[in-house]
Structure formats: structure tokens, C-alpha cells
Unconditional design. Structure first.
Length: 157
């Protein structure tokens, strides 16, 4: 009897089919992963915008020069147009909102599909007297309508 050397045509076809199915499965997983890889970028941009706006509010004075912690509305209210030019205190950012994220000079920064809003709430923190601390809540909505809300505190010191 003669020994077979090499592979038969049936074995070759089966090998090609098995490798093709495995390769198609791997490419399908890679396609799904690549398609949804932009989602974390959108989420991180929303977080960065919220953190930036929270820091902007926290860096404002707690009280104005006369010693008042209350904003005189509507003249002192913060708008996208007067953020960089007018003097503001923390309370003036209450109900501030932006449709499209802009820098301090109201220039677009490439995040026109994002929206942001700020809410200021008086808080009593531990041994800090009421009226000497506020809670700042910044809410950013991304293009996929996901909402990111971060909180920070500003005290009179």
C-alpha cells in the first residue's frame, strides 16, 4: 500500500472555511469596538467642559467689594458675552447657561453641540455658618443627550 503525502483537496477546503469563519468573527468584534470608540471621547469632552466651568466659578470672589454675597440681578448676571469683561461674584453664576461651549471671550472652541448650565445653592457645611458656603452644580449635556453633573463648593474665607 502506498502512503499519502501532503493534503487532500477536501482537507484544504475545510481549512480555508474554518480560517475564514474565525477571521470574520475577529473582524466583526473589531468593527463593533472601533465604531463605539468615539463614545469615551464625547464623555471626556463633556467632563472637561464641566470641570473647566466649575473651576471658573470657584475662582470668583465669594462677596463683592461692599461685602454682599448676593448678586444684584439682572445687571450683574453672568452671560456668555460678559464673562471675561465684567466683575462677577460666585452668586452671579446662578442660572448661567451656554448653548455651545465657548471660552471666556465667547469664542467657539469646537463644542457647539454641548450645552452647559450652572446652579448655585447656599449650603451649611459642618462648622461653617449658613450663608458662608455655596454648592456649585455644573451640568453639561453632550451631543448624545447624556448629562454630566459635577458639584463643587466655594466658601467665604
Amino acid at each position: 500500500m502506498m502512503r499519502q503525502r501532503g493534503i487532500s483537496l477536501i482537507e484544504l477546503i475545510m481549512f480555508i472555511v474554518i480560517v475564514s469563519v474565525a477571521l470574520a468573527g475577529i473582524l466583526l468584534v473589531m468593527n463593533v469596538t472601533t465604531k463605539s470608540s468615539a463614545d469615551p471621547v464625547i464623555h471626556k469632552q463633556a467632563i472637561a467642559a464641566a470641570e473647566s466651568l466649575l473651576e471658573e466659578v470657584q475662582l470668583q470672589d465669594f462677596m463683592d467689594l461692599s461685602g454682599s454675597a448676593a448678586c444684584i440681578l439682572p445687571a450683574s448676571a453672568v452671560t456668555a458675552a460678559n464673562r471675561a469683561t465684567d466683575y462677577h461674584i460666585v452668586d452671579c453664576y446662578d442660572s448661567f447657561g451656554m448653548t455651545g461651549i465657548t471660552d471666556l471671550n465667547n469664542n467657539p472652541v469646537g463644542l457647539s453641540a454641548y450645552n452647559a448650565s450652572v446652579a448655585i445653592t447656599p449650603e451649611a457645611l459642618g462648622g461653617i455658618a449658613a450663608g458662608s458656603a455655596v454648592r456649585i452644580t455644573v451640568t453639561v449635556t453632550d451631543p448624545q443627550s447624556n448629562t454630566i453633573a459635577i458639584d463643587g463648593y466655594r466658601t467665604r474665607y
